[in-house]
Design a protein around this ligand. Structure first.
Ligand SMILES: NC(=O)c1ccc[n+]([C@@H]2O[C@H](COP(=O)([O-])OP(=O)(O)OC[C@H]3O[C@@H](n4cnc5c(N)ncnc54)[C@H](O)[C@@H]3O)[C@@H](O)[C@H]2O)c1
Length: 379
């Protein structure tokens, strides 16, 4: 480890699924060879005291709080990661910003567009460093796709597809949870839950739709409540947005798909773009395979096995396969390096402006569904 690497003290609010993933990423930070910053998980907070117990095995954690204001009052915390239900994002994010600490926020960055704008504007007013969690662009396949798309290698772009697909909700006996209740997940439902994963790379490429036509579906309207009864399940399960994006002055169809009911799909993230000169297809269903085509007399798809090609170098063998914990660690390395001003040319995490832009899409999709019509996006 180089002597110049700087330490950053991190607090986590929300000790659920994602809170534990972050602790795990920090716990093997020594796998990174050239990240100039070292995070130390110092404090954890959850309203459910039992959720804190898992963190007692993490040697660096010194503070265990059940009120986020107690964590925010601590002087030995520089950055706070908040992973709580969407209806709490705005209040907790604003509390973090006003406590003088920087924020790594979870998607969707507020329950709706108005909340996202308020959080972004307060962060800007206070001058805090804020980014939003979205880890798929850190996959080697996504990196390769982003590089091809931004190097204008595709020729005139014919079509784009970005998708994130789950299937466990096909089981009607799956119990209800907060992500399936509009009051906590947000009116945008599955778009709030899966949408940043789908919109992040198109937005970073400047592929922001000007027109949206949305197909939204609710399938099971009740689910077991876990106490022997049934509870209303009122969120959108599947959302398919047929959008138009202007590329090189030409309208191009771009499809954005977010589904909780996509048979056979388990966390499948897909990004594809086809152009007149070449094109790519990448799906986590075939996690190491990157498909490309190049126009010739005959057109064929070629597939390349990608290795462990990450932005921050690691001790991991270059032919090994990366997975979710690896890209989460890469995303955190990017967040901490950018905060320190040493990200360089590497891909940065989703910005508050990108989070606001993705909410604009979901607001337009809800409007499109209501009007049964195509909706134009401003700007
Ligand atoms: N980036 C990703 O890949 C990814 C994946 C899953 C979830 N998420 C996002 O992470 C966030 C959390 O999701 P999750 O799956 O970890 O949820 P979760 O339900 O597993 O955990 C949420 C935790 O927050 C706690 N909590 C609730 N209110 C609180 C409060 N006022 N103060 C402190 N703790 C409180 C709950 O007790 C729970 O332990 C959401 O925004 C979700 O969209 C991101």
């Amino acid at each position: 480890m180089s002597a110049e690497r700087q330490g950053v003290r991190v607090g986590v609010i929300g000790a659920g699924l994602m809170g534990r993933e972050v602790a795990s990423a920090f716990g093997r930070w020594f796998a990174l060879l050239d990240c100039p910053v070292i995070p130390e998980l110092r404090a954890v907070c959850d309203v459910n005291a039992a959720a804190l117990d898992w963190f007692r095995q993490v040697p660096t954690v010194k503070h265990f709080d059940t009120d986020h204001r107690a964590l925010l009052a601590r002087a030995d915390i520089d950055v706070v990661y908040v992973a709580v239900p969407h209806d709490l994002h705005e209040a907790l994010y604003l509390d973090v910003l006003r406590s003088g600490k920087d924020l790594f926020a979870e998607k969707p960055f507020g329950i709706d567009l108005a909340a996202a704008v308020r959080i972004r504007d307060e962060a800007r007013r206070l001058g805090r460093f804020v980014r939003v969690s979205s880890e798929f662009p850190f996959l080697p396949g996504a990196r390769r796709a982003f590089k091809m798309a931004s190097a204008a290698q595709l020729g005139r772009i014919l079509e784009v597809r970005s998708a994130f697909l789950h299937s466990s909700d096909l089981d009607p006996s799956k119990p209800i949870n907060w992500k399936r209740r509009s009051a906590q997940c947000g009116e945008a439902g599955v778009m709030n839950d899966l949408g940043l994963h789908v919109a992040h790379l198109p937005l970073r490429l400047g592929w922001k739709p000007s027109l949206v036509h949305a197909h939204l579906q609710k399938v099971y309207t009740t689910r077991p409540d876990g106490k022997g009864g049934m509870a209303p399940c009122d969120t959108w399960d599947n959302a398919v947005l047929h959008t138009t994006v202007t590329l090189g002055g030409e309208p191009v169809p771009m499809t954005l798909e977010m589904k909780r009911m996509a048979p056979t799909e388990t966390n499948t993230w897909i990004f594809e773009a086809l152009g007149t000169e070449s094109g790519f297809r990448y799906s986590t269903k075939e996690p190491k395979t990157f498909w490309t085509y190049r126009r010739g007399k005959e057109q064929t798809w070629e597939k390349t096995d990608l290795g462990f090609d990450t932005a921050f170098r690691t001790i991991t063998g270059s032919i090994f396969e990366p997975g979710f914990p690896d890209i989460l660690m890469q995303m955190w390395a990017a967040f901490l390096a950018e905060r320190q001003g040493v990200l360089g040319e590497r891909f940065g995490c989703a910005t508050p402006d990108e989070a606001v832009a993705h909410h604009e899409l979901w607001a337009a999709a809800l409007e499109s569904h209501r009007l049964k019509s195509v909706v134009a996006l401003g700007g």
